[in-house]
Design a binder for this molecule. Structure first.
Ligand SMILES: C[S@@+](CC[C@H](N)C(=O)[O-])C[C@H]1O[C@@H](n2cnc3c(N)ncnc32)[C@H](O)[C@@H]1O
Length: 322
């Protein structure tokens, strides 16, 4: 673990090793259906591509969630209380939290992300722009055990989990992850979370198949990353992006489809693909408010408030640890 500290700003690096990426990709490609965990999308290039996805006209979640945060920030302040500490798993560019900071005035802000360089610059930007705020950034895998011993005892932790990232977990894993957030927040602590709703399938199809091809580039970057970091020899031109709504499962699925018969080598391991074979790279579950509330209750939260846009695309939930 490495640490960097300047007044009001601390950065700790507990990021996974590249050996974990190697092990998980080899394991994921060795069994059917072939998978690669979505957390590996986010190297520096993947984080940059994700930000570009957020700007695509078809990708409604980011702008919808931003408008909900702007509209309801005063209500959020009342629920968060006067002495809160904001902890943001998967903080990305840390842009959304900027909509909360001046109103909530937390004592500490703790962004957590797996994409180290991106986190470093985003968190340093927050520390520079909000000199009154203590920023303690941790580069870590939030699905592993995270200990935040530096949260002040008198502060009420409020977990901030925007971006509908909860949809990347299967529902049972989502309950387990939410229970971990509840444990970090402790009794009386809060959770402000963005959840993408079930909706017209065409809107979903378009959001994950933008005309600019940015989501496709984001998906394919996973293979480029394996070539860069793991001595793999994926022919990226021989795979294509595929995203589709699986209505039975209530989720968007993203895959990389082999366009021809080919063999891929990853540091001595060979993987054979026929044309049409898939690597499943991401799920993004969509929830009605009732479905999400049920999951959150199983994880130990009590719902307090739900805000949604007039088109019913996206919901922002505030919940409290029971
Ligand atoms: C969908 S983006 C959302 C970013 C931001 N929260 C937003 O709402 O725009 C997911 C973020 O979570 C991070 N992430 C994904 N899996 C992670 C993991 N297992 N541990 C830590 N961070 C993770 C990514 O690096 C990325 O910044």
């Amino acid at each position: 673990m490495t640490k960097t500290a300047i007044a009001g700003y601390m950065f700790s690096n507990e990021s996974p090793e590249s050996a974990d990426f190697y092990r998980e990709i080899v394991d994921g490609l060795s069994t059917l259906p072939r998978t690669i965990p979505p957390k590996y999308f986010y190297d520096e290039e993947g984080s940059r591509l994700f930000e570009s996805i957020c700007e695509q006209p078809e990708y409604y979640p980011t702008r919808t969630e931003i408008s909900l945060l702007e509209k309801h920030v005063d209500d959020i302040r009342v629920l968060a209380g006067s002495d809160c500490c904001l902890v943001e798993p998967g903080s990305g560019s840390c842009e959304k939290v900027r909509l909360l900071l001046d109103t909530l005035r937390p004592t500490v802000y703790v962004p957590l992300d797996i994409s180290c360089e991106h986190l470093k610059s985003a968190a340093a930007g927050i520390a520079a722009d909000y000199p009154w705020l203590d920023v303690h950034a941790v580069c870590t895998d939030i699905t592993s055990e995270v200990s935040l011993s530096f949260i002040p005892a008198q502060a009420t932790p409020v977990m901030f989990y925007p971006g509908s990232s909860i949809g990347n977990f299967d529902p049972e894993d989502a309950v387990e992850f939410l229970a971990c957030l509840a444990q970090i927040a402790g009794r009386g602590g809060g959770l402000l979370i963005g959840v993408d709703r079930k909706k017209d399938h065409e809107i979903l199809q378009q959001a994950y198949n933008d005309a600019g091809g940015v989501t496709a580039a984001f998906n394919l970057n996973l293979l480029e990353r394996a070539n860069r970091e793991l001595d793999a020899d994926f022919n990226v031109d021989a795979f294509e992006h595929f995203a589709s709504y699986n209505s039975a499962a209530g989720r968007i699925e993203m895959h990389l489809i082999s366009t021809r018969k080919q063999t891929v080598n990853i540091d001595g391991h060979c993987f054979d693909f026929n044309a049409g074979d898939s690597i499943h790279t991401e799920n993004s579950y969509k929830y009605t408010d009732e479905e999400f509330t049920t999951l959150a209750e199983q994880a130990g939260f009590t719902p307090c408030e739900i805000w949604s846009d007039s088109d019913g695309l996206f919901s922002l939930h505030f919940l409290r640890v029971s």
